[in-house]
Design a protein around this ligand. Structure first.
Ligand code: G4P
Length: 522
């Protein structure tokens, strides 16, 4: 396997904006060498009996995520899929720590929706550069200028239109590439795009006027002038720094803009970057193999408890059979049967390069946030835990199962399915999630995998904050005064459970020396 340049990216969007359709088209255009990953194909048959799977089926969503790889123009693209469901996004957030760039898909009729915005904020935290894809221009949509202004204002980004829709919905006559000066047109009876982009010398090319209707021509002339004059011109450096987003208009369903998007990822998106780590950032050029686990997928087989840890390779050339040591756990793990997603045939692949994802089967040794390396005692930083938005008390139906419940809650906290908090006073354990669906996953897995019958009751809290202070005495005093609201997370870190977001603000104002964090880096 030669070392092609890598582009490791994810798609962020609100449900229904067209992420699935765009993913399929990217893979199709990229002549996908590997669809949805062996993990999923294998997992699906094996997992079919589990209740977790039932939730996926009932809801018609995917709770698991996978890696899709394709090659084009001598570049290997690793697309990390993120569960798109509104309710289950913690996993998505973490996946974003393993990418170098992202594509933000927005629906032309809806603009920026809440989930898009949340995911964007995570990208911003890590300066992940964003390419915007305004989807569904074949349908009636909002005015392109209002969409551009919304992206600029809501996300505080410079926007640069790279292409322009020639009408939308019933008046749609194609997409004009403002930089390549090509027009992609609907063709055929069903007005599907057949894949040809016609080149012109510019918008004033008389040939263009022969193709478009007179109304469309006038509109394109006016709008393109305003678009090019009124917004930033494309600056690759500003894009890579996360300050500017190039905007492509298109239709994933009808293939408009997809080839342009792949070209943009190839030409502008950053290759693997240095990753934040202690004691110093790790450059992809360093010879030693290092990586971090951003996701653990369990329940592949309910009887065996095997798990796949997804590791992003940050430096070095990984070879099958290599021994890697998880920082802090001590014992090296020989990775004999890695799942290397870029391989057409899993058996043939035995090397991976920075930016690639490796699936490491294990029995629970590897946790989300773990650093793995050949020998150096380094630690990657910045893999966040998010403050839960829903807290529930776990009520055991059979008290002889306390030990099993604790094990199950710890396990699931370790996988990042839910968070668990052990209050300083009382014995009612609290679990915290970012979305409602995680609660259902928790209950069905408790029952199916751990044989623990449990229920959930409302907790008197609405949110939680990790607390810290320069002066340990300040922290101790705070914890004593607020003892009824204090808890520990799975790793023993102090957490303040609050009745409302308002209470968090109120308390934070009163105790200026205490830091209240809505995310915790692992
Ligand atoms: P998601 O993964 O972001 O949730 O969105 P998905 O791709 O599933 O797309 C949501 C709906 O929008 C689908 O329709 C899909 O066909 C449609 N869609 C996606 N891209 C385009 C586009 O460019 N133009 C148009 N007109 N529609 C688009 P659905 O009716 O919900 O599903 P289906 O029955 O068509 O599969």
């Amino acid at each position: 396997m030669t070392q092609f340049p890598r582009r490791t990216f994810a798609i962020i969007s609100h449900p229904d904006a067209g992420k699935t359709t765009l993913t399929e088209k990217l893979l199709y255009f990229g002549g996908a060498i590997h669809l949805a990953g062996e993990v999923k194909a294998r997992g699906q048959t094996r997992r079919a009996r589990s209740d977790w799977m039932k939730i996926e089926q009932q809801r018609g969503i995917s709770v698991t995520s996978s890696v899709m790889t394709f090659e084009r123009q001598g570049i290997t693209f690793n697309l990390l899929d993120t569960p798109g469901h509104e309710d289950f996004s913690e996993d998505t957030y973490r996946t974003l720590t393993a990418v170098d760039s992202a594509v933000m898909v927005i629906d032309a009729a809806k603009g920026i929706e809440p989930q898009t915005r949340k995911l964007f904020e995570v990208c911003r935290l890590r300066n992940v550069p964003i390419i915007t894809f305004v989807n569904k221009v074949d349908r009636e949509g909002r005015d392109p200028f209002s969409l551009l202004d919304e992206v600029a204002e809501m996300l505080q980004l410079d926007v640069c239109p790279m292409s322009w829709p020639v009408g939308m919905g019933g008046e749609f006559e194609g997409v004009y590439d403002l930089y390549a000066n090509t027009l992609s047109r609907p063709e055929g009876d069903s007005r599907e795009f057949m894949g040809k982009a016609i080149p012109f010398t510019g918008i004033d090319d008389p040939e263009l006027a022969k193709i478009l209707s007179p109304e469309a021509m006038i509109r394109l002339n006016d709008e393109a002038e305003l678009a090019q004059g009124g917004y930033s011109s494309f600056d690759p450096e500003a894009y890579r720094a996360g300050n500017l987003t190039p905007v492509y208009f298109g239709s994933a369903l009808k293939d408009f803009g997809v080839a342009e998007l792949i070209a943009a990822l190839a030409d502008y998106a950053p290759p693997p970057r240095a990753q934040p780590a202690e004691p110093a950032p790790i450059s992809p050029d360093e010879p030693e193999v290092t990586g971090f686990v951003f996701k653990v997928q369990a329940n592949m087989d309910p009887n065996h408890r095997d798990r796949i840890a997804f590791m992003r390779l940050c430096s070095g050339v990984f070879k099958r059979g290599m021994k890697l040591t998880p920082t802090g756990h001590g014992k090296p793990i020989a990775v004999h049967s890695p799942i290397l997603f870029f391989a057409q045939n899993r058996e043939l692949a035995d090397e991976a390069f920075p930016g690639d994802i490796i699936g490491i089967p294990n029995h629970g040794t590897l946790r989300v946030g773990d650093t793995l390396s050949e020998k150096a005692a380094i630690r990657f930083t910045g893999l966040p835990n998010f403050a839960p938005e829903i807290l529930r008390r776990v009520v055991l139906k059979d008290f002889t199962k306390t030990k099993q419940l604790r094990k199950a809650l710890d396990d699931m906290a370790e996988e990042g399915v839910t968070q668990v908090f052990y209050p300083d006073i009382g014995s009612n354990w609290i679990i915290g999630v970012v979305g409602q669906l995680q609660l259902e996953v928790l209950l069905s897995r408790l029952d199916a995998e751990y044989k623990v019958a449990a229920g959930l009751e409302p907790a008197p809290y609405e949110t939680a904050r990790w607390i810290s202070a320069e002066d340990p005495l300040e922290l101790k005093t705070f914890a004593e005064i607020n003892r009824g609201a204090m808890a520990k997370d799975r790793d023993g870190n102090p957490v303040f459970l609050a009745k409302s977001a308002w209470e968090v603000n109120y308390i934070a104002e009163r105790y200026a020396k205490i830091r209240f964090a809505a995310t915790r880096e692992r």
